[in-house]
Ligand binder design. Structure first.
Ligand SMILES: Cc1ncc(C[n+]2csc(CCOP(=O)(O)OP(=O)(O)O)c2C)c(N)n1
Length: 327
């Protein structure tokens, strides 16, 4: 499916917004202003933007933990003020400042980001089943890394989704690594999407640094799912520029690479690639790009102001168990 000019501008805008949001999160983590962990998304924001920019509000989304899903959620149209407040331990956070990055946005059909890799594979089946029964063309965007496909539940999920022809997109953001282990050591085949063949599921591989290419293949998969034709596996081959999470020794990230590898990665940086394309094809001119960047800066400043001006969450003792469902 080819994209029209308006769609390309939307993708470019979401890429810039997400890039700035990812940089803001990194900066705040280094300043000691975030609670919990942070898994930087530098260089790897295109998959989330391409997968989520054209989702409908009533489509379910399981965001990937890379970048804590900020690129997925911003692209789906979620106002991330309360997301940052949550990461900052403030009482205006989407989960009252109690979750760090294990957040939910039920009104946007994002239900919890778990610390358990592969948690998503079971709930997406339920969401997919419900969507199929409703017959309103809803889809489920299931985003996760290559590492999560080592989980047994990934296979049970794909099997059931194919048997029941559920409207799920298995969107794998393959950066070739899971903390310090390379995908080559963890998987017998080079392409994670080859797993889909065992379940008769259509699969497509796309350049995960090219936001436009990703959106094109995702649109085809989403259209198939909305037409009740069943799930598709999309594998976006992406990169991990930095360490797994801030503070973890950088054994397989940026520091370990040769100068040549680093230069090659810089050239595959998604904003650089997208900017070259929109300028070359006359989709946007430099003034319009500068305006998109300025708008994103204003948006991010507003998000930070909201989090900074909110009160620290200090629930009274009597309320501590109020949101615990299995005490
Ligand atoms: C069940 C489980 N096992 C192990 C971990 C520790 N862990 C956290 S992130 C991660 C790697 C995930 O790799 P991948 O899914 O490829 O995503 P990436 O971080 O590379 O973007 C692991 C093993 C965990 N959180 N949950």
């Amino acid at each position: 499916m080819s994209l029209d000019k308006e769609q390309m501008v939307t993708l470019y805008r979401n890429l810039i917004r997400s890039d700035q949001a990812a940089k803001m999160m990194y900066r705040r983590m280094m300043q000691g202003k975030l609670i919990g962990f942070y898994h930087p998304a530098e260089g790897a924001i295109a998959p989330g933007v391409g997968a989520c920019s054209f989702l409908h509000q009533d489509d379910n989304l399981a965001p990937h933990h890379r970048g804590h899903g900020i690129q997925h959620m911003m692209s789906k149209g979620i106002d991330i003020k309360t997301y940052l407040a949550e990461h900052t331990g403030k009482d205006t956070g989407c989960c009252k400042g109690r979750s760090a990055f294990h957040f939910s946005f039920p009104e946007h059909k994002v239900y919890m980001m778990s610390g358990f890799i592969g948690y998503n594979f079971a709930p997406v089946l339920g969401w997919g089943w419900a969507a199929k029964q409703r017959k309103q063309g809803q889809v489920v965007m299931n985003c996760s890394g290559d590492g999560s496909y080592g989980q047994g539940r990934a296979h049970e999920s794909m099997l059931m989704a194919m048997n029941w022809k559920l409207p799920i997109i298995y969107f794998c953001e393959n950066n070739g690594m899971a903390i310090h282990s390379s995908a080559a050591e963890m998987h017998p085949t080079e392409d994670i999407s080859s797993l889909a063949q065992g379940y008769g599921m259509p699969a497509v591989i796309v350049d995960g640094q090219d936001v436009f290419a990703i959106a094109e293949v995702v649109e085809a998969a989403v259209e198939r799912a909305r037409a009740d034709k069943g799930p598709t596996f999309v594998e976006a081959k992406t990169l991990r520029f930095a360490e797994h999470d801030i503070g973890t020794p950088d054994l397989r990230g940026w520091e370990e690479r040769s100068d040549e590898e680093r230069e090659e990665m810089r050239q595959r940086e998604p904003v650089t690639l997208a900017t070259t394309r929109v300028l070359d094809e006359g989709i946007l001119n430099q003034d319009e790009i500068d305006q998109i960047i300025a708008d994103a800066e204003t948006e991010i400043a507003g998000i930070e102001k909201f989090a900074d001006e909110s009160d620290i969450a200090r629930p009274p003792e009597a309320e501590l168990l109020a949101d615990v469902f299995a005490p």
